[in-house]
Design a protein around this ligand. Sequence first.
Ligand SMILES: [Zn+2]
Length: 106
Amino acid sequence: MYQTQKKKLKKLKKELEKRIKEIKLSLMKKRSNDWEEAAVEAENDEVLEGIYTETSRELLQVKHALQRINQGVYGECEQCGATISPKRLKIMPYTTLCIKCAQAIN
Ligand SMILES: [Zn+2]
């Protein structure tokens, strides 16, 4: 069960890890000496840091979902135990909440 999701999640995990690595690398790049350029770079860094945080969070969710597949509880809502609809899992393979609980949080 959930072989497709597992494959999808693994692929996603690789992509996210790659993206994180790339962001880290560009954040480590040395700033330009020209202050105008440096200012633009600082702005870019802020954007990158935002993306970095978001991507790391996504990666955690993906890892968590993979764990749940291995534990055999994938597809069950973490909050109420209801079955998460396959449609929802298809769109968001790393979700751990059914639509009702997810909406309750938001
Ligand atoms: Zn639920």
